[in-house]
Structure formats: C-alpha cells, structure tokens
Design a protein around this ligand. Sequence first.
Ligand SMILES: Cc1cc2nc3c(=O)[nH]c(=O)nc-3n(C[C@H](O)[C@H](O)[C@H](O)COP(=O)(O)OP(=O)(O)OC[C@H]3O[C@@H](n4cnc5c(N)ncnc54)[C@H](O)[C@@H]3O)c2cc1C
Ligand code: SF4
Ligand code: SF4
Length: 477
Amino acid sequence: MNYVTNLLKAKSAERNGSNAVFTINDVVERGICVGCGACSIVDNSIQIERNEFGSMHASIKSGRLEPASIADKVCPFSDNSLNEDDLAIKLYDKSKSFDPRTGYFNDLFYGRRSDDDDILNSSSGGLTSFVAIELLKQNFVDGIIHVGRDQSNQREALFKFVTSYSEDDANQNKKSQYYSLSFDDVLKSIRGNGKRYVFVGVPCFIKALRNICINDKVLNNQVIFTLGLVCGHLKSSRFAELLSWQLSVTPERIQTVDFRKKNRDSTVNAYDFKVVDVDSREYYKTSSSLLGGNWGHAAFQLQACDYCDDIFAETADAVFGDAWLPQFSTYWQGTNIVLVRNNVITDILRAAKDAGRITLGTLSIDDLCKSQEGNFRHRKEGLVVRLSDDLKAGKKIPLKRVNLNGIAEISSKRKKIVRLRKKMAMKSHEYFLIAKRNNNLNLYMDPMRRLALKMQRLYFKDPFLMRVVRKLRNLLQ
Ligand SMILES: Cc1cc2nc3c(=O)[nH]c(=O)nc-3n(C[C@H](O)[C@H](O)[C@H](O)COP(=O)(O)OP(=O)(O)OC[C@H]3O[C@@H](n4cnc5c(N)ncnc54)[C@H](O)[C@@H]3O)c2cc1C
Ligand code: SF4
Ligand code: SF4
C-alpha cells in the first residue's frame, strides 16, 4: 500500500511539475474546501464560515499558510496530509481482509433494528445509532459526537455537530442530514474535558479527525471509536431550502426538515422529504419527485466531493450505508450495509443479534460494493474525467488514488454525463442564489429543469422522440 501511495505521489509530482504539491492554500483557492473545520482546530487564525451559497468553508485571515504547516497536514484535500492508505495501514493492517474498493475490513453485514419505532426514526436500518448508543451504554465511551438539530435560540443553521451523553439524547439525533457542517466548535468544546467519545461522520471528516489526532495527543486520547457513513456527496444548506420551497414553505419559514421520512406504501428508496413550517404545519412528498431530489443531478453538491475517492470511510472503525440491493428493496423500513474494522463493534452486533434486538446477516464484498454502483461510477471513473479535464485546463490537481491513464477506457457518453453533472452542481448554487435574491423560485426551477432534461436525454433515448415513435406505433396498429 505504501508503495502504491508513494508511486502515485511521485507520478503526481511528475504530472504537475516539481513544485506542484497541492496544499491547503490550493484547497481554499480552488473552492475544494469541504468546510470540515480541521484546520481551524489546529490554527486559530483560520475561521470557518457559511458562504452565500450555504456551504461551510475555511477563511484564512492571515493570507496564505506555510506549506506543511499543521493546518496543511490535517486538511483532507491537501497532498501534505496523510491520505486514506497511509492512515489505514497504521490503523487496520492486522485486519482479516483488504479490497481496493473498500479498504481493510474484518466483517461485512446487512442488518436492521428489530424495534419498529427505533427503525422508523432512523435513516436506514438504524444500526449506526444503535452501535453508537451501545458503545455508550456498555461504557466504552462517555459521549457521542454526531449531528442533530440545532435547538439553540440563536440558531444559525438547521443542524450542527452535537454531543449526546445519554440514550435519550442520542435518540433525538438520528437520521442523515444532507447539510454542510463543520466539527471545529464541538471538538474545541470537548478537548481536554477528560471524557471519551465515539465520533460519527462522513469519510473525509473522519480522515481529517485521524490526521488531527496524530498531531494532538489530547484529542487522540479522547476519540476512542469512529463510525463512518458511506457518502455519495454532501450538500449545501440550500438543498433543504429548495425542497421545502417546492412544498410551498419559503426558506425563512422552515422550522425543521426530515430528509428521510419513511413511506410504508413505497419501496425503500422512495422515501419522503418532510418540512415543518414555523406554524408547525407539516408538508411532505417523495423526495425523488422533487427537482433536485434525484442524487444523480448533484444539486448543491459541494465542489470538494468532486475530488473525493473514499466511499467506505476507509479510516473508520465501521461504516454504515443503505443496502441499495434488490433483495432488500421491498423492506420499506430500511436495511443497512455494515463494514467493520474493529472487533468490539462486531461483538456488539453479534450479541444484539443473539438477543433478538437486531436482524443481522453476512454479505459478500461484491454485494456490498454493488449496493454503491452509482457511487463507484461517480468517484472512480468520474474522478478520472474531472482530474484529466482540470489538467488539460492547466489547473493544479490534488493527488488522488486513481490512474489517469484510465481515461482512454471511459466511453464518451460517460464523460458527457460526468461533465454535465459537474455543471449541474455548479449551476444549482448560482441559480438558487438568484432565485432567493429575487424571491422567485422559477429562476431556479426553469434553468435547472432544462439541465435535468439534458441529463435524462444522455441516460435514455430522447423522450420527445420516444413519444413520437410511440404515437406512430399506435396509429399503425
Ligand atoms: C451526506 C451523506 C451522504 C450519504 N450518502 C450515502 C450514499 O451515497 N450511499 C449510502 O448507502 N449511504 C449514504 N449515506 C448514509 C445513509 O444516508 C445513512 O446515514 C446510513 O445508512 C446510516 O443509516 P442508519 O439508519 O444506520 O443511521 P441512524 O441510525 O439514523 O443514525 C445516523 C447517525 O448519523 C449521524 N449523522 C447524520 N448526518 C450526519 C452528518 N452529515 N455528519 C455526521 N453525522 C451525521 C446522526 O447524528 C446519527 O448518529 C449518506 C449519509 C450522509 C450524511
Ligand atoms: S477542507 Fe477542512 S481542513 Fe481543509 S481547508 Fe477546508 S475546512 Fe480546512
Ligand atoms: S463525498 Fe467525500 S468529500 Fe464529499 S462529503 Fe462525502 S466523504 Fe466528504
């Protein structure tokens, strides 16, 4: 693994010219900052702010940072931080298995909570919150760091990173929040308080935390477990606003949203989006039927996610995702896929199965990866296209674990899809800002519908032509 990483690093230097190491300065200047806040934890001259597009990002007040400064060494998109391979080999090289698609692992499962109430209030099978709460109840940790509703009076956002110290608290902070956030405030607040934690996060946040822990012994002693969420991409706070606005709730009237309301009359992937307005009225609709609800359209995707190659949180003790597999599609309550790298978590899951508290079965590595087919296309093939395009345009690129020679094997249709998706993500931020400024949702809907139609034409045959052919066929019958 180290050999491969080093080889790639050498190749990257060759590709970009000898001085072309991609540093935190490039991350910020090119807008590839995911807003995690790691840099601000180690360097208090850096501030994390929400920009006009609703994305968290680092603002370096002191101008450019010294290359290989501590902040540069913890940034998940800088070439000067340890990458997933470097970190994983230190953490998990004693694991039973390794697969280049997922990183190291000991066990692979599918599963879900048995209790109907518990599972309905989770995104998927509910095993992420189940394991986090078990770690707390069994005294492996004192608290959980994860994401929940911002309930403060001066709330600036719908969600934030929070700490839970009891099962009841943790149960208030479940479900996936597709919402740009930073973890700097919460980590600064717990640092040095003598308590032990399990941290829940998307892969790049866990990678950043691992790099912080290498440089910060206090936090290293406090973060005992990390639970990753399989990640397609993260969205700006405008995603919640767009879906709500389509249900007639304008951005300033949102009280809460639920991105994953389960629907007993549908298959598992046809979940609803729900918004509650300031008068406590509820509105909901199948998420994928709303413009922007189709994940393939990448609405409000952060640009950082176009430069990410870690799907299965390769530096986390376990990673949880949705079992998007045909055998689980009719189970509308949801089923998790789980990849485990830490035996404490396997023991917790197996004991819970024996006690009838969860359903648990084993899964093959191929089925696990099959559940994320779209993710692989976007990350692996897609990343090759995006990096190659950047290089052609003379832009500096971060070092990623893909082979750019693979561009020759990617079909022209796939390249068009990748490029259009990137454009749709970028345009979604711009058009929504215009729509908000003019208080007119159509200024977003009309141009984005045109782009969505273009994408549909790329995937399928031209729907207009299909209608003409169908009409002709009917006339001839
Ligand atoms: C941005 C994002 C993208 C995702 N993309 C995919 C994907 O492409 N494919 C896939 O299979 N799964 C994806 N997931 C994971 C999936 O949505 C579920 O979160 C996962 O299956 C766990 O479900 P669960 O029922 O076990 O979680 P629950 O039992 O509901 O618990 C969820 C836990 O995650 C925490 N949490 C929620 N949102 C965040 C967040 N943004 N950052 C940190 N912690 C959080 C909660 O606080 C809670 O502790 C994504 C999740 C997120 C947040
Ligand atoms: S990605 Fe994270 S560490 Fe890097 S600049 Fe942005 S906030 Fe800082
Ligand atoms: S896709 Fe990658 S970069 Fe984007 S939030 Fe998920 S883990 Fe982070």
